[in-house]
Design a protein around this ligand. Structure first.
Ligand SMILES: [Zn+2]
Ligand SMILES: [Zn+2]
Length: 309
């Protein structure tokens, strides 16, 4: 009993000390999806209370907001979004929440890629869904761009919490160093691959920034109109492209249905060579619970598949 009482006294003193040392209220941050949530956690550390709306392995393109999301936005000090029409659900959610928070667009200042066809396709239950947008939103797939996201996050946090700014700056610089190491690792990995073995197939056109940064060429199914007016995947066109380019590996994707990819692999005489993480992280038990782990996993899976042939 005595030990227990002593513990209460000691533990209360410790709790008081740590509460006293920390700021009174954390900065309330809402990130739209898991990847920028991870960046925010790196920059904000213990000074922020973070909520990511679209969770691991989930597709932001088709996300249906919940009432709890509107409440989180209403209470937020800072809202972090990708922009480039990636989070189609946000415009209405921001309006309905009545949030007064600063809405930071993390692709601001990034050299964005145009979408040659005015958008890209997603595939659900055999149907092609056109995601319209003038610019390719998947900018985080190049590590240089991730560094720009991190700078934008630090600026947004500093604007909302000037007292914490030195901490955010230190965290952002430390994380940028880790991103530099990651970038060099991916370049080193790709450099080991034979020059004629650098074309792969993915479920949707999410890797164009990775392609330009690192020199892996990605093919993905496009949509074709059918008699019923609903678009379908142009499997025949993609098979032709696979044969013409000598694409050597096909990958499933964590946010997409694998059935279309299995069919394409079977028709092209290839097998699925693993799962890539494109628009969302994995859960904590998966291979891509952080951005650093996601990029390492993707580069490693691609290199292993191309090297093995
Ligand atoms: Zn999309
Ligand atoms: Zn996407």
């Amino acid at each position: 009993m005595r030990d227990w009482l002593q513990c209460i006294a000691a533990c209360s003193a410790m709790t008081f000390a740590s509460t006293f040392a920390a700021q009174a209220e954390p900065l309330n941050v809402v990130a739209t999806f898991s990847i920028i949530g991870d960046f925010a956690a790196e920059v904000g550390g213990e000074r922020i209370a973070l909520k990511a709306l679209v969770g691991p392995d989930s597709d932001s393109h088709v996300y249906e907001p919940r009432p709890a999301d509107a409440m989180a936005l209403a209470q937020a000090d800072v809202v972090l979004t990708n922009g480039l029409e990636f989070e189609g659900f946000m415009t209405r959610l921001i309006a309905s929440s009545g949030t007064q928070a600063e809405i930071a667009t993390l692709t601001d200042g990034i050299e964005t890629m145009e979408e040659p066809g005015g958008g890209h396709y997603h595939y659900n239950n055999g149907q092609a869904i056109f995601h319209a947008g003038a610019h390719d939103p998947h900018a985080w797939q190049s590590v240089a761009n991730a560094k720009a996201y991190v700078r934008n996050i630090a600026a947004a946090f500093c604007a909302a919490d000037a007292e914490g700014c030195p901490v955010y700056e230190i965290n952002a610089t430390r994380y940028a160093d880790a991103l530099d190491v990651l970038d060099a690792e991916i370049r080193g990995l790709v450099a080991t691959l034979p020059g004629d073995r650098r074309t792969v197939v993915v479920a949707h056109n999410a890797f164009r920034y990775f392609e330009v940064a690192y020199g892996i060429h990605f093919l993905s199914p496009q949509g074709v109109s059918t008699e019923s007016e609903a678009a379908a995947a142009d499997v025949a066109g993609l098979i032709r492209e696979i044969r013409e380019t000598g694409a050597a590996a096909i990958f499933a994707e964590n946010i997409s249905d694998t059935r279309l990819l299995e069919r394409i692999a079977a028709e092209a005489g290839l097998t699925l060579a693993g799962t890539l993480y494109s628009d969302a992280l994995s859960g904590p038990e998966g291979p891509a619970p952080t951005y650093l782990a996601m990029m390492r996993h993707n580069a490693g899976v691609i290199a292993a598949a191309l090297d093995a042939i």
